[in-house]
Design a binder for this molecule. Structure first.
Ligand SMILES: Cc1cc2nc3c(=O)[nH]c(=O)nc-3n(C[C@H](O)[C@H](O)[C@H](O)COP(=O)(O)O)c2cc1C
Length: 121
């Protein structure tokens, strides 16, 4: 059996980049996602990954976002059998910090009431 790579979260932060997971939801302010990501990338030592809702995709072009971008389809396509990775668990392990911006009223309501029906919530 192949030895497993160390979980990124187990590597002390001083020896690797600080991982910021950006969640983006379907507010018109999602227009600013490319700017938000580029400003975060200006900060030395940060690595950024984005999780988007389907509605948020309406407001930006993926080619304007220069980092890995995940959505629901990625989670479901990645998992076919028991040994396959589960994306939301891997992202939870990867992230040092999660920032949801913009957070629309719909997703805020889901968080408040414990609804978790997509990759972001
Ligand atoms: C043009 C447009 C702009 C919107 N802007 C906002 C907004 O600023 N804030 C908000 O809470 N919802 C806004 N909405 C509504 C959300 O997109 C809608 O509630 C959607 O279901 C949110 O889905 P999500 O939370 O999965 O991203 C907007 C909808 C449209 C069509």
């Amino acid at each position: 059996m192949e030895p497993r790579a160390p979980c990124p979260a187990a590597i002390p932060p001083m020896e690797r980049k600080f991982h910021v997971l950006v969640g983006v939801t379907g507010s018109v302010a999602a227009l600013k996602l490319p700017l938000l990501v580029s400003k975060l990338l200006d900060i030395p030592g940060l690595e950024v990954t984005v999780v988007t809702t389907e509605r948020a995709k309406h407001f930006y072009s993926p080619q304007d976002v220069p980092v890995t971008l995940y959505s629901d389809a990625d989670e479901w396509e990645m998992w076919k059998r028991r040994s396959d990775p589960v994306l939301h668990i891997d992202l939870r392990r990867w992230a040092d910090l999660m920032l949801v911006a913009p957070l629309d009223a719909n997703t805020l309501g889901k968080v408040a009431s414990g609804i978790c029906d997509n990759l972001l919530v």
